[in-house]
Design a protein around this ligand. Structure first.
Ligand code: HEC
Length: 196
């Protein structure tokens, strides 16, 4: 009995070391839960600001929410959760900010497939633990975004947009690819990266 206990105690540090280098499924679920919370906060705040500004000054006036306020709000949430947050899509309005990297491109395809095969539009997510270009481990998470009624004000078919929105988009985003969407269509994702 004594020998048995000794063996266990001697093995314990090795078991713990193994756990530290390969995050357990529980850890992965916990990272996903936090990323879900962070992306939910971003969506809630953006939609809130968009609705407020559209009511006050119209959709053309709310374009600044997506352009200037979205990165600031994302920055605040990123800091709070200790992660990086951005938005990515294949059809972008701002190619400097929202062009997907290779992992994000795969994730976008996976999310689009989930939606096409009947997945709940509010629950599209794809995540994994990956090794970054720097050789370090990262938890990466994407939350799919689907076009709703609010989004149609600025991402709907061109002939359905107000003249003021069209004019503002033409000056601010001459290479805009993010119009022409239909309701319930897949739009892109919130992408969260957490260094481990
Ligand atoms: C008031 C106009 C407006 C509304 C309403 C709006 N957007 Fe946008 N959206 C924009 C603008 C402007 C940008 C470009 C932001 C930038 O410069 O980074 C953008 C960018 C995005 C991006 C980043 C990718 C890209 O194309 O650069 C996503 C994703 C997105 N919008 C999704 C949505 C969704 C989903 C909704 C509805 C919940 C929505 N938007 C509602 C104006 C709007």
């Amino acid at each position: 009995m004594k020998t048995h206990r000794f063996v266990l105690a001697a093995a314990l540090p090795f078991v713990l070391a193994a756990c530290a280098s390969t995050p357990s499924p529980d850890k992965k679920a916990a990272y996903a839960a936090e990323a879900r919370t962070a992306s939910g906060e971003l969506i809630k705040r953006l939609v809130g600001e968009l609705n407020d500004d559209i009511a006050k000054i119209g959709a053309h006036g709310a374009i600044g929410v997506c352009k200037d306020k979205a990165p600031v709000i994302a920055g605040e949430i990123a800091k709070k959760h200790g992660v990086g947050i951005k938005r990515v899509t294949f059809k972008n309005r701002n190619e400097k900010r929202s062009t997907p990297d290779a992992w994000e491109a795969d994730a976008l395809r996976a999310l689009e497939k989930q939606l096409a095969s009947g997945g709940d539009p509010a629950k599209l997510e794809h995540y994994d633990i990956v090794t970054g270009g720097d050789g370090k481990p990262y938890f990466r998470y994407t939350k799919g975004l689907v076009i709703g009624g609010l989004c149609m004000n600025c991402h709907g078919p061109k002939d359905s947009l107000s003249d003021a929105v069209k004019a503002k988009l033409a000056t601010e985003y001459p290479n805009d690819q993010a119009t022409g969407y239909q309701l319930h269509q897949f739009r892109g994702a919130i992408s969260i990266t957490r260094p481990l």
